[in-house]
Design a protein around this ligand. Sequence first.
Ligand code: PFF
Length: 451
Amino acid sequence: MSDNQFSSRIGFILAAAGSAIGLGAIWKFPYIAGISGGGAFFFMFVIFTISLGLPLLLGEFIIGRKTGKDAIEAYSTIAPGTKWNLIGYLGNVTVFILLSFYSVIGGWILIYIFKGITGGLTDLSPQGYGELLGSVSGDPLLSIIAHLLFIVLNILVISKGVQSGIERASKIMMPALFVIFIIIIARSLSLENAYAGVEFLFKPDFTKITSQSILFALGQAFFTLSLGVSGMVTYSAYLPKNTNINSSAISIVSMNLFIIILSGLAIFPGVFSFGLKPDQGPALLFNVLPNVFSRIPFGTLFFIAFLVLFLFAALTSSFSMLEIIVNSITKGDNTKRNKWSWIIGLSIFAFGIPSALSFGALSDFTILGKTFFDLADFMVSNFLMPLGALLISIFLPLKMKKEELFSELSNPKPIKKWLFNTWYIIIKYIAPIAIIIVFLDSLGAFNFLKK
Ligand code: PFF
């Protein structure tokens, strides 16, 4: 951050919501819901988001606002002389890997914007769009350059510490994103057979729940709220002490859920109407949306507008990833910012090259049956982020007194005792137990469910 505190609560909400709302809500949610059976996945995702995501988000806000420190030092400030700051290191490693594959998709958006502007996105058939993405993602040089470009955009912003300008832009871009989604949804819901898509997303078929879909729903809930990596600790560290974190957390979770529902409604009707497969994986959005736009007057223009807003949403999330690491190293010393943004950013780029090649040159190179890209995503979303969240939920009640937590949540507005107690029970018991059960279950410890 250039200025060391958020000037307003709305600035903080925009930054934290900007971190939350990104590829996770718009690109990843539909594709994971598509491979995880639709409605039942959505149902579990919402339950996890509200029952675990919201309380944990508050937990990270408490740590950040109380200490005013970075992701690593925040833990040493609360528990001096202990190893709890490993949570911060774990978060740093997690977002390092996360940004390395996130920027591959960010790169695809850049390529699509370029193609849109140069006339490469008109007059294609559903199959044509599939082939287009194949040729974009499978081209090694193109994907690496786009991946680099996306990372460099991040480096430029984080090195200059100009996030406050980005927050101002969010005030226009976020509502614009809502509006363009409404336009897409109006069209997609009027497609033939659109209802099959709505049903797929919202009608839970509980026989489709598997161990994997539960793990994915939990991972997705943490992923979309940027939890478990101390990113929300980092952002809330800039808060004035009397900011209402409770209402901020509720706004962020609601906005995020809202965007997720919008992206589901934008994509699934089209999937079924155009006879595409819901479980096609990371390509889903890129294969479906162009077909919807091609059926809207001035569709290419709207598509480009959508891509720009989509890029903005992805960037406000990726900025927060790089910020977590750069801030952990520079600890507020802005003279070091430039150097470290470049060092970390370029290292992330190099680490991400195999992920960028995972849809072409390295598509047959698999570890544990997964490409580099899939493995990186799987590790981050379904192991490292929930692990970070688990540790934070253990840390909070262990290292902070109950009264202290109560007074944090009651600042500046008193919180009802029963609400606090519910939060406390979730953080102390339900969250850790639930995360451990989901982990064990996915390892095959129980045999209740299909794998
Ligand atoms: N919440 C972001 C998204 O859904 O795209 C991803 C993310 C951003 C995760 C920042 C973690 C993080 F620190």
